[in-house]
Ligand binder design. Structure first.
Ligand code: NAP
Length: 331
């Protein structure tokens, strides 16, 4: 099995078109994490030929980055680390902050936690409209020139925000929510990325596990797991999504001999200049990586998939519930 790769300008090695997402590895908003299992998952991912690891400081308030740093010791040069900045947390209260001063501090904290001297892809986590986009971009361009970061990306940005940003720094990638159930970027970000030559890191490729094939109407979540509040996981909507997953599973199995999880990731890879970010936290969840490459969903089946989604998901809803707020000005 050959793993497909993409070029990201500034990064010296080809990047696998599937990346490991490590939000759940931070524990926060996913009901906790088991560090030994997390480290085994990251190392297992690299052994399977996936070299891209996506993380962020806010995932467990530094914990995800620390675990990534520990897991990559000794194999760092074969890997591509994508991390982020510009979210601050005060006692668990998350707000956006992409000021130049904040970025200068965050890069040092991330390099230390990741146990590395450079970040391959450094992404602004959420647009902060209280700071000029040009200020944020210029701060990142300074870091790029210093060699602390190799390439610059943004996340959750609109095309207009990317235009402003790109006037002050070379933008090479955008990270956006994208999966079979969350298609909003097809109207704007995806065509923009194609036009500008940006790579799209599609996050939530499994729609927070909904497209894994593991979910049942009786599935429950524990602790601070965000799926307790995720509107897709609330009835009666949850039932609509599960019915769609059943129909997609049948198509994947009968036509291609694949799992619905492999179909979901494959689908993302066929939509343009995409890389699919797949969140996993246990080594047993990685087996399906081998099912993703080396086959293609036919054009007729892409249409059938859209028809199935329209038939079953009567009340679609997006991922907007995840957006963190802006800072409120101090009184
Ligand atoms: P995801 O990839 O859609 O789903 C991850 C969940 O799917 C896992 O935690 C696991 O849930 C389940 N899963 C994975 N492999 C499985 C398997 N083989 N069998 C059964 N279930 C499986 O969700 P995500 O983690 O939110 O998104 C991926 C990554 O994108 C994140 O980790 C993060 O790096 C990035 N992201 C970025 C942003 C942003 O604003 N830029 C936002 C969200 C995510 P259980 O372990 O509970 O079963």
């Amino acid at each position: 099995m050959t793993i497909q790769t993409a070029e990201i300008k500034g990064i010296p090695i080809p990047v696998s078109r599937v990346g490991l997402g490590t939000w759940a590895i931070g524990g926060w908003m996913w009901g906790g994490a088991d560090d030994q299992a997390s480290i085994a998952t990251i190392r297992g991912t690299i052994e399977r030929g996936i070299n891209l690891i996506d993380t962020a400081p806010v995932y467990g308030f530094g914990h995800s980055e620390e675990i990534v740093g520990r897991a990559l010791e000794g194999i760092r040069d074969r890997t591509v680390i994508a991390t982020k900045m510009a979210l601050q947390w005060d006692g668990g209260n998350i707000t956006r902050n992409s000021s130049a001063a904040r970025i200068r501090q965050e890069v040092e904290d991330s390099l230390r936690r990741l146990r590395t001297d450079r970040i391959d892809l450094y992404q602004v986590h959420w647009p902060d409209t209280t700071v000029p986009f040009e200020e944020t971009a210029a701060a990142l361009e300074t870091l790029r020139r210093q060699g602390k970061i190799l390439a610059i990306g943004v996340s959750n940005y609109t095309p207009a925000q990317m235009d402003a940003f790109a006037s002050a720094a070379p933008l090479v990638a955008v990270q956006s929510p994208y999966n079979l159930f969350e298609r909003g970027i097809e109207a704007d970000v995806l065509p923009y990325a194609r036009d500008k030559g940006l790579v799209v890191l599609a996050y939530g490729a499994l729609c927070r596990g909904l497209l894994s094939g593991r979910m049942r109407s009786t599935t429950t979540f524990s602790g601070d797991d965000l799926r307790k509040a995720d509107p897709k996981f609330q009835q009666p909507r949850f039932g609509e999504y599960l019915a769609a997953v059943d129909a997609l599973s049948e198509l994947a199995r009968e036509t291609y001999g694949k799992s619905v999880l492999a179909l979901a990731v494959r689908w993302v890879l066929q939509q343009g200049p995409t890389i699919a970010l797949w969140g996993a936290r246990r080594p047993d969840q990685l087996a399906a990586i081998d099912e993703v490459f080396g086959w293609t969903i036919s054009t007729a089946d892409l249409d059938r998939i859209d028809a199935l989604l329209g038939q079953h998901v009567r009340h679609p809803i997006g991922p907007e519930f995840m957006a963190p707020p802006l800072r409120t000005p101090k009184a």
